[in-house]
Design a protein around this ligand. Structure first.
Ligand code: ATP
Ligand code: MG
Length: 355
């Protein structure tokens, strides 16, 4: 069997501490399910930048462009390297050059994690947010006119291309179709944004014709955010433009109390280019070096990677093992325990192996 080649970029700070636990757990799942994985490690980070003047070598694209995925820790060392340098020098380059047009984040209530929403049980909340990742409101087209005068004003355009809208909406339908509830919600604001959002709605309905078995609805973004808090059990898959998706993909995990352990995937669904899997958290320099970082975000990101590579059962095994350890311990200090990063990784890997 041909091994899946995965580019491993641990990066900076706690990225270097949680990554070994991610590898340990995904290796355990791979052994159990007979999946061959070849890990290729790259030391692209702020340390690399301080030595070489760039976050990555000039031929970075040739070095990892043919890998099946990128398993990413975190970059950022704000005391020594400005955040825009570290961010634009790696993550955002991948997103653009590898056309990772879907950002996918789960909002799932986990056992042993305190949700800020009262009365919700694990199992109640389990949905995905699909965010458009390349266009929409985050264009840099526009500018300032009559600068410095009383007539001064700024304009910033939104761009919604048919290709860009259709492909992210189609991905969301396909994801919904794979799930039990087969329910897709679209985030809109066509009562206030009178050109781009009606277009989004139109394409959402048009693509829906290809998926007659998926139940759909749409909400304006204002009431949708309210419903994330009031009725989170209602949702299954939610698709949104770049700006609305940005907001929802923080709010969703926040409602389940899991933002510190949540994963995120930047996907090129056709697999023309590698997709990237990472924990939502950053490099957290304040706790780096103590081996107290919670590795669950990294391990959960690995579970999403297994799913993307075509191994849903192995992915589900990893997620179940995370839930077992969240319910029974050990816990790192962020969850009120005394365990070290490696204790959690080891415990989760053991559950995976013994499942
Ligand atoms: P970004 O790099 O995205 O700007 P940030 O600096 O805003 O991130 P993080 O690096 O995610 O934020 O860290 C915020 C705080 O949360 C940290 O200071 C740290 O104390 C805590 N934290 C983040 N990740 C973890 C983790 N895996 N385990 C324990 N605590 C964490
Ligand atoms: Mg930071």
């Amino acid at each position: 069997m041909k091994a899946h080649k995965i580019a491993v970029i641990a990066g900076d700070g706690i990225g270097k501490e949680v990554m070994p636990e991610g590898l340990r757990c995904i290796d355990a799942a791979a052994r159990k399910h007979g999946i061959a994985i070849q890990w290729d490690e790259f030391d692209w980070s702020c340390d690399y930048y301080l030595k070489h003047g760039t976050m990555m070598p000039a031929d970075w694209k040739a070095q990892i462009g043919n890998h099946d995925a990128i398993f990413f820790g975190a970059v950022g060392d704000p005391a020594r390297v400005p955040d825009h340098v570290s961010l634009w020098g790696s993550l955002l380059k991948f997103r653009r050059e590898f056309d990772q047009y879907v950002n996918l984040r789960p909002a799932r209530l986990m056992p042993g994690v305190k949700s800020p929403l009262v009365g919700r049980e694990p199992g109640d909340i389990d949905f995905f947010i699909v965010r458009e990742n390349t266009e929409g409101e985050y264009s840099s087209i526009g500018g300032k006119m009559f600068a410095g005068t009383e007539r001064e004003f700024v304009v910033q355009e939104s761009i919604f291309t048919r290709i860009g809208v259709d492909r992210v909406i189609r991905f969301a339908y396909q994801l919904a179709q794979r799930r039990d509830k087969k329910h897709l919600t679209s985030a809109t604001k066509s009562n206030g944004i009178s050109i781009s959002m009606p277009y989004w709605d139109e394409r959402f309905a048009a693509i829906g014709e290809e998926f007659p078995d998926v139940r759909t609805d749409k909400f304006h973004i204002d009431i949708l955010t309210a419903n994330f808090v009031r009725r989170p059990d209602y949702f299954d898959v939610v698709v949104a433009s770049n700006l609305f998706g940005d907001i929802l993909s923080d709010l969703g995990p926040a409602c389940t109390g899991t933002i510190a352990i949540a994963p995120s995937a930047n996907l090129n669904p056709e697999r023309r280019f590698p997709s990237l899997f990472e924990p939502v958290h950053g490099s957290a320099p304040d706790i780096y070096g103590q081996q107290i970082a919670n590795p669950i975000g990294q391990i959960w990101a690995g579970s999403m990677m297994l799913d993307h590579l075509g191994y849903p059962q192995a992915a589900a095994d990893v997620l179940r093992a995370i839930e077992t350890v969240l319910a029974e311990g050990p816990h790192t200090p962020d969850l009120g325990g005394k365990a070290k990063t490696g204790d959690l990784g080891k415990a989760i890997a053991e559950v995976i192996a013994g499942n």
